[in-house]
Design a protein. Structure first.
Length: 85
């Protein structure tokens, strides 16, 4: 299974929704709280090609985007294949 990394903030409803989907699928992920670790936000922005909002989700080396993009992959039946690749 590909490693999953998600940049979040504890006050972000979209972050909670993205993590809920991953948890429902039994996917383990590493989380970077950019509110608690503001020094990691520039790293997130660079990896996410300028995106500044949370969540920013990465599966392996692929930047998925945010919560909407993650759920769109799930609806399209593509998320499992990305996770397994």
């Amino acid at each position: 299974m590909q490693p999953v990394e998600i940049y979040t903030s504890p006050l972000c409803g979209f972050c909670h929704a993205a993590k809920r989907l991953l948890n429902q699928k039994g996917v383990s992920f590493s989380e970077v709280d950019v509110l608690a670790n503001p020094d990691r936000k520039p790293e997130m922005i660079q990896r996410a090609e300028g995106a500044r909002t949370v969540p920013q989700i990465f599966i392996g080396d692929i930047h998925v985007g945010g919560c909407d993009e993650l759920h769109a992959l799930e609806r399209a039946g593509k998320l499992d294949a990305m996770l397994a690749a």
